[in-house]
Design a protein around this ligand. Structure first.
Ligand code: NI
Length: 193
């Protein structure tokens, strides 16, 4: 009988991550235009343009239909003005492709939005699995005071369209700090699709 092969995939160990096929980092300077408070952003940019705001480690075996991409996203805590750190956000280039995010640690939100501007929020705490339905724009927001770490999984042929958010000058709602917690605030510059 032949010996079994070790299965590929991500392995989370106390020393870190094994098995990833890629990694990317987003620094503060990469997030220009994302936050509503341009003055607060400029002030932080002067001091910490190179600071990594979030990074993603992924296992991407292929981009074939039927395959899956799995990864771990780590989003640092902090704010720009009143607004919490967040990822750029996107809709899948193939709009009907779905995704799950399993919160491993931290406190955050999966902020979602339909094409006609309906906001949908799942609060992320350790153990919560957020489901991103078809045709939903989505981004993570860290509303806590430690790293927000999520494990995500989505179809390998999904692709990402980031411009859909830029074209509407942001998502419909900002997530801002209030009284030690968070609340949604209408984005006054929002352009309906
Ligand atoms: Ni996605």
């Amino acid at each position: 009988m032949s010996e079994p092969l070790p299965g590929p995939g991500l392995v989370i160990t106390p020393e870190g991550l094994r098995g990833r096929t890629g990694r990317y980092e987003k620094r503060l300077s990469d997030l220009d235009g994302l936050f509503a408070d341009a003055e607060a952003f400029a002030a932080r940019l002067e001091r910490e343009a190179d600071r990594v705001i979030y990074h993603v480690d992924e296992f991407r075996p292929s981009t074939e239909t039927g395959d899956l991409i799995t990864g771990i996203s780590t989003l640092s805590p902090g704010r720009v003005g009143a607004e919490f750190h967040m990822t750029r956000g996107h809709i899948h280039a193939k709009h009907d492709r779905t995704e799950i995010y399993h919160c491993l640690s931290g406190h955050g939100l999966m902020l979602m939005e339909t094409l006609d501007g309906q906001t949908v929020v799942t609060e992320l705490r350790p153990g919560v699995v957020a489901y991103v339905p078809p045709v939903h724009i989505h981004r993570s927001v860290n509303v806590g005071d430690e790293d927000l770490v999520t494990l995500f999984c989505y179809p390998a042929d999904a692709g990402q369209d980031y411009e859909i958010i830029a074209r509407s000058r942001g998502m419909r709602h900002h997530v801002v700090a209030e009284a030690g917690g968070w609340r949604l605030e209408e984005n006054p510059g929002y352009v309906p699709r």
